[in-house]
Design a protein around this ligand. Sequence first.
Ligand SMILES: Cc1cc2nc3c(=O)[nH]c(=O)nc-3n(C[C@H](O)[C@H](O)[C@H](O)COP(=O)(O)O)c2cc1C
Length: 363
Amino acid sequence: MTSALFTPLKVGKLALQHRLAMSPMTRNRATIQADPTDMMAEYYKQRATKGGLLITEAVGISATAGGYPNTPGLFTDAQVQKWKTVTDAVHQQGGFIFAQLWHLGRTTFSALTGSQIVSASDIPLNGISPAGAPYETPRPLTQSEIKSIAADFAQAAENAIASGFDGVEIHGANGYLVDQFINSSSNNRTDEYGGNKENRARFAMEVTDAVVNKIGAEKTAIRLSPYGEFQDMDDEDRVGTFSHVVKQLQDNHPNLAYIHLVEARLDQDRSWTLAPFRAAWKGPIIAAGNYTEDYKTAYAETEKHDNTLIAIGRAFLANPDLVERVRNHWPLNDYDRNTFYAAGEPKGYTDYPTYQKPQTSQA
Ligand SMILES: Cc1cc2nc3c(=O)[nH]c(=O)nc-3n(C[C@H](O)[C@H](O)[C@H](O)COP(=O)(O)O)c2cc1C
């Protein structure tokens, strides 16, 4: 019997042929000007499958959205042109590709944005940044700046479609700007963007509205990490807050391509499941996080929920032919953490081997 993992599912207007998606992963192989490179086209092409969905690494929506050295953008003509080589390569394999769009808020650096970094509030991230210094204190955004960032998301979404992407995923997860507004730990505003969950969800909703108005709900998706603790994320009522966000999406945009939910980590409370959010959303769901620890869970989730895709991160970067390996129960390459973010390097990026069947002896 064919597992539900290898049966079709409609996502927006796309007819997917299987339910294994590539999770968004920042890989720092763009140029220092944030332009995509030929190496990136090769990487995504290697991982494209007929009717399969790839989600790109996070892509900057504007010159002031920040990033890290060698992460790509979608705000200049040169970037739009170069991304076409990526989308063409994926489409030639019969695959589909969404661009993940981000604004980093307080997690970036003024050296990259050219001005003081911004966030919901003036609460800095704890600890030392990858640049080797304590994180900078952000400036709370004004209401007119908030509206203009929502417009930047919409413009980047339009650029993505011009680059040939099949849709965009708003990065509302993992402690970046949208998440900084949602979580009470990073938002102490007293205006209509702070305080109760309705107010903290407002920016996520306005970004979604703006993107949907520009490119249509069926090409728009959003990623959320309700249980995320990365980059100091914490909320006074995770389930209540994120259920509200998901319910708003259901009420206002029931035709989104999908919502993408990051599972709790294996070392977190095992009662922290996606069930409350599944209850609030009727359309396609991508679930991500730890599914390669034991493929049976990926199979089981798609058997149980007929609206579900599974996104795979680390194992997909290390296995260009991951989909065939899972389909055939072939062993996986290990990933090399040292090359996750190795700027400019093909090593650990485009050189992971595909599965070779063991040679049978001639003797
Ligand atoms: C190298 C690396 C880069 C990542 N970059 C992003 C990113 O740009 N956007 C995002 O939403 N998640 C990012 N993630 C998180 C993954 O999308 C995924 O949720 C996580 O790796 C858990 O899935 P896994 O257990 O299958 O690896 C990244 C993960 C890794 C390992």
